[in-house]
Design a protein around this ligand. Structure first.
Ligand SMILES: N[C@@H](CCC(=O)N[C@@H](CS)C(=O)NCC(=O)O)C(=O)O
Length: 92
């Protein structure tokens, strides 16, 4: 399942969180303590070398920068909705 790193009181994280909810994208939250966990060596080397949130890990595909994540979520939503004729702009 997609892992979402971050805290909801971060604006870019809340944008990603909101789109996951709108698109009914299942995710596992991985809460970070602000300005701490995202600077840990494991996070820097395995998730995001810039040490920022949000970031996602979708089955080993790791992505950061909220806008990139939002585009990715739209793409996977479109792919899974294509069979039902849905587009990225459709609400569930
Ligand atoms: N342009 C980045 C900005 C990311 C960013 O600066 N996030 C802040 C929180 S809003 C951050 O990671 N701060 C360090 C921390 O919380 O550990 C994005 O949109 O993802």
């Amino acid at each position: 399942m997609l892992i979402l790193y971050g805290v909801p009181n971060s604006r870019p994280v809340s944008a990603v969180l909101g789109l996951c909810l709108i698109k009914r994208q299942p995710f596992t939250p991985s809460p970070t303590r602000q300005n701490r966990d995202a600077k840990r060596p494991e996070y820097l080397s395995n998730v995001n070398a810039r040490g920022t949130i949000p970031a996602i890990d979708d089955g080993g595909f790791v992505l950061w920068e909220s806008h990139a994540i939002l585009v990715y979520l739209c793409h996977i939503s479109m792919s899974s909705g294509a069979a039902r004729g849905r587009s990225c702009h459709d609400t569930p």
